[in-house]
Design a protein around this ligand. Structure first.
Ligand code: SF4
Ligand code: SF4
Length: 103
């Protein structure tokens, strides 16, 4: 068995290196969410603070306007609801639209 001194540079293991930056969009990570955000268009003044604070880039914006939540990547952390100055975002339990759940 050869020693580490004989390794070529390209043979060293990569540590904490993401060779394909931006690849997180290829992975659906919203599966463990227990709550999801719902936005009131009436209350929202399009300040975009929710978009800025979302740690998962899960808020879709078009033409500088919040449009939808990307539920493939929203983990339900509630940061957007906590930061919204208009109280325009409510966190609702997943599955609450199902009969018999949450009344
Ligand atoms: S933080 Fe609230 S008011 Fe601002 S864009 Fe988001 S939902 Fe709308
Ligand atoms: S609940 Fe969390 S992950 Fe989902 S949109 Fe709001 S801030 Fe982003």
């Amino acid at each position: 068995m050869s020693g580490i001194g004989s390794w070529k540079a390209e043979e060293f293991p990569r540590g904490a290196v993401i060779p394909e930056s931006g690849n997180s969009r290829d992975y659906v990570t919203g599966g463990w969410r227990s709550e999801r955000p719902v936005r009131s268009e009436e209350k929202c003044n399009q300040c975009l603070l929710c978009f800025i604070f979302c740690p998962d880039s899960a808020i879709n914006v078009e033409n500088e306007q919040v449009t939808t939540f990307n539920l493939d990547h929203c983990k339900g952390c509630g940061v957007c609801a906590a930061e919204c100055p208009q109280d325009a975002i409510e966190m609702v339990p997943e599955g609450c639209e199902l009969p018999g759940v949450n009344g």
